[in-house]
Design a protein around this ligand. Structure first.
Ligand code: DGY
Length: 327
């Protein structure tokens, strides 16, 4: 008897066909997340859920769907899932770290370059018909090479950004919940307190997961420590930043600019104040969005789900204690 699985969006690549061959699969057909009632209906009798970061898996959903044993999130970040509630329900949660590291680091570095060198503004200007002559004062930006990069979080993606920054001869600072002596040695990154990082960096790039400890970690006080010539780059989660405080700092010229791929609420409202500012480069959460990486994420999410449903340890469990009850 094949296990029943609910998939909340069509997956790129071949992964979905592989899943379909092994389970009894129901797929939500739309390009937006299934409403809660639909999710509950689709999960009736299902043992597995393969979902995206846009699908909230909380205690109420787990209560309503007691047959679910495995929740496979097709993302590295799994803040959409109440992991403590899942553990209480004996539900295994898995995610897809590692396969998107380099792709997301590419985008973070792209945002550094785009924000500092005003690439999006310059593109709009070129198309506007306003370009009259080469001008020594036209669209002047900030140098990236030789500047100071402050990484908040030195996990896989933070390290991959550090490797790119070395090629730009950047000074590298980092802050996080613990020191990483091996990375300090390998990458030449220097551990500093958060205030020191904010004061010294020309670019502050966020690479921390969203947790109770990191939510709102960049607020008015933190932005107030940054240089008027500095940029904030966020490819992690929007809720790390107080967006109103960021808007005010940018609008009042207290920091130079921002490169954002993520927002507190997604999709971000097109009327959001941050989107009215020329010194903001705003992307629609595309950090991992390449053909190859999205296919790899889907493969890994399917591997996690199938391994767990078939009683084996999946490659990336979030709450492995569920696999060994009692410890
Ligand atoms: C993740 O995986 O957490 C990203 O935000 C989407 O790729």
């Amino acid at each position: 008897m094949k296990a029943r699985v609910y998939l909340t969006r069509h997956l790129p690549g071949e992964a979905q066909s592989r899943l379909k061959a092994r389970v009894q699969l129901t797929v939500w057909p739309a390009a937006t997340p299934p409403p809660r009632e639909e999710l509950v209906r689709g999960l009736a009798g299902a043992e597995g859920l393969l979902c995206l970061l846009t699908d909230t898996v909380d205690e109420a959903l787990l209560d309503a769907c007691p047959s679910v044993r495995v929740v496979s999130v097709c993302a590295a970040g799994y803040n959409n899932v109440d992991v403590a509630a899942a553990t209480r329900h004996g539900v295994l949660v898995t995610h897809t770290p590692g396969v998107l590291t380099e792709t997301t680091a590419d985008l973070a570095f792209g945002l550094i370059l785009a924000a500092a060198r005003r690439l999006v503004e310059a593109d709009r200007f070129t198309r506007s018909g306003k370009w009259e002559a080469w001008d020594p004062g036209l669209l002047l930006g900030h140098d990236v090479h030789g500047s100071c990069l402050g990484l908040i979080g030195l996990g896989r993606i933070g390290r991959a950004v550090a490797r790119r920054a070395r090629g730009f001869s950047m000074e590298l600072l980092y802050h996080g919940p613990r020191r990483h002596p091996e990375a300090e040695e390998e990458l030449g990154v220097c551990y500093v307190s958060l205030p020191e990082l904010l004061v010294r960096s020309d670019f502050v790039s966020l690479h921390a997961p969203l947790t109770a400890a990191t939510r709102g970690m960049i607020g008015r006080a933190e932005l107030g420590l940054m240089r008027p010539t500095a940029f904030l780059i966020n490819t992690s989660r929007g809720e790390l930043v107080d967006e109103q405080a960021l808007y005010e700092a940018l609008a009042e010229g207290r920091i130079a600019g921002a490169g954002l791929d993520v927002y507190a609420r997604e999709p971000v409202d097109p009327g959001h104040p941050l989107l009215t500012l020329a010194n903001v480069v705003a992307l629609p959460h595309i950090g991992s969005a390449t053909l190859a990486t999205r296919a790899r994420m889907a493969e890994l999410a399917v591997d996690n789900l199938l391994e767990a449903l078939e009683g084996r340890r999946p490659p990336h469990p979030v709450n492995p204690e569920v696999l060994t009850p009692g410890g």
